[in-house]
Design a protein around this ligand. Structure first.
Ligand code: DX5
Ligand code: ZN
Length: 216
């Protein structure tokens, strides 16, 4: 089966967002990855609800929303209203993660938990059965076009093992510095979905690059 591919909007051309969204609509991309940063959880600020609501009007692709914000519980219903289909919250930002996950599902969205590069897979033991997806960060979150952290391969293998052992119905997504080379290996190790920003939008023919990801 081909890998789910989620181009990251952060690397799109904001001066011509419609052009890039139309290109993605017309591509083999499965989801649109939307990075929301608050300048507190991560050292950068991206965009919020007005942009998301605009996207929702013009994108045919489901929105895979990655919240890099503190206290995401405060905004779960707002992100549902803004059009999120999948809501990723960081393990490191949620004190009552079980409650947060239930709340996201109650709102009718897929619930995903994101791990920073330093956060071990073993911490997911008691939540893995409740989540629809785990998003493994392969860079420290905050910026596009960073270098892929090699240890992510080990984390994908460990997560795959945990999912099989617990018989969980949970997808594995990887985000940060993903390209066609490491993407192939990540898929072989068990990744179901890949986020890619720079390695798609910095190419001459992003639509063709997406097709190459789909053919991995
Ligand atoms: C990083 C973001 C990523 C990033 C991916 O904080 O969560 O989604 O935009 O971009 P690339 O693929 O360029 O690393
Ligand atoms: Zn992301």
């Amino acid at each position: 089966m081909s890998v789910i591919i989620a181009p990251s909007l952060l690397s799109a051309n904001f001066a011509d967002l419609r052009g890039d969204i139309e290109m993605l609509n017309d591509s083999e991309a499965d989801w649109l990855h939307v990075d929301v940063m608050d300048g507190v959880f991560v050292p950068n600020i991206s965009f919020g609800f007005p942009i998301m609501e605009t996207l929702k009007k013009i994108s045919y692709k489901p929105l895979d929303v990655h919240l890099m914000i503190v206290d995401p519980d405060r905004y779960i219903s707002r992100f549902k209203e803004a059009g999120a289909n999948i809501l990723n919250v960081h393990y490191e930002a949620c004190t009552h993660l079980h409650r947060t996950v239930q709340q996201i599902k109650k709102e009718g969205m897929k619930a995903a938990v994101t791990l920073n590069p330093h956060t071990p897979i073993s911490l997911l033991e008691d939540i893995i059965g409740d989540v629809d997806m785990v998003l493994l960060m392969s860079v420290n979150p905050g910026f596009a076009a960073q270098k892929y952290i090699e240890n992510t391969y080990n984390k994908v293998s460990q997560l795959k093992e945990l999912i099989l052992r617990k018989n969980a119905a949970c997808l594995i997504e990887v985000d940060g510095g993903v390209n066609l080379q490491n993407g192939k290996k990540l898929k072989e190790l068990g990744a179901d979905a890949l986020v890619a920003g720079n390695s798609i939008f910095a190419t001459d023919d992003p639509k063709d690059t997406i097709a190459q990801f789909k053919a991995l």
